[in-house]
Design a protein around this ligand. Structure first.
Ligand code: SF4
Length: 254
């Protein structure tokens, strides 16, 4: 068993070893932690096998790294092929995702699916996750309304995102919205200003940000919704182009 922080530290070391030419750094033997308790002093669970995405996902269900677990139904870990070339990061699970236990299956997920289809990207080829794995909400009558996670919660959950990134090792990372961009690229990054631009980052060969599909649902009228969808699809088409070959230059857009 190993702690989340230890798994992240090892994953970073593996990546460094990989850059140094080791062909299979994850095949190295791991130090075995004593099986003492389910979680460490920061509330992160022990992981049975930190090389296994399934094992990491299973461990994340017991996370108490911040207080968001307490009011959510379950941890919603990322989903998709372990060898996915592209990893999309959203903000956090919504009401339907929280109940279903899967990312991007609610209204924003349907906008995402529609835009992916228009851009010619098959969702089954993607790894899709969120910066924060538990649903943060406030009650409004019988409804649970989305609340944006704060920077402490984003930082607390970063360990899981980092493990997903290190295990999937995507060539392309796409941040959907400001929270994902903050988690991946820092607080200074502005999606409004820099969407669609390739960002230099150690996270992956190509890193790019665009809006979260939920922003399209919040458009004030049909015309602006159509216009926002068009721009979102344009950003995704640029990702599709990255998926089909190397891109040189400052912008992922045509
Ligand atoms: S939001 Fe993230 S850090 Fe907080 S309890 Fe859930 S999985 Fe853990």
């Amino acid at each position: 068993m190993t702690t989340v922080q230890e798994a992240v530290r090892r994953a970073r070391a593996y990546s460094a070893a990989e850059r140094a030419g080791c062909t299979d750094p994850l095949a190295r033997p791991l130090r075995t932690d004593p099986p003492e308790g389910v979680r460490d002093e920061n509330g992160y669970p022990k992981i049975e096998n930190p090389r296994s995405l399934r094992s990491v996902a299973r461990a994340s269900q017991d996370c108490r790294g911040c207080q968001l677990w307490a009011r959510a139904t379950q941890t919603v870990f990322g989903e998709g092929p372990r060898n996915a070339n592209v990893l999309f990061v959203g903000e956090q699970p919504g009401d339907q995702e929280d109940l279903a236990g899967h990312p991007f299956v609610g209204p924003a997920g349907r906008v995402f699916d529609e835009a992916l289809a228009e851009a010619g990207i098959e969702r089954k080829r993607l790894f899709v996750t969120n910066a924060v794995k538990h649903f943060k909400w406030r009650a409004s009558g019988k409804r649970r309304l989305h609340e944006r996670p704060n920077s402490a919660e984003i930082a607390a959950c970063r360990v899981w995102l980092e493990l997903e990134l290190r295990l999937v090792k995507p060539q392309i990372v796409v941040a959907l919205g400001a929270t994902a961009a903050q988690a991946l690229l820092g607080r200074a990054f502005r999606v409004t200003k820099d969407r669609g631009k390739l960002v230099s980052s150690p996270l992956a060969e190509h890193v790019v940000a665009t809006v979260h599909p939920s922003s399209i649902l919040r458009a004030p009228d049909d015309d602006s919704r159509r216009a926002q969808m068009k721009t979102f699809v344009r950003d995704l088409k640029a990702v599709a182009k990255l998926m089909s070959g190397p891109i040189v230059g400052e912008s992922a857009r045509e």
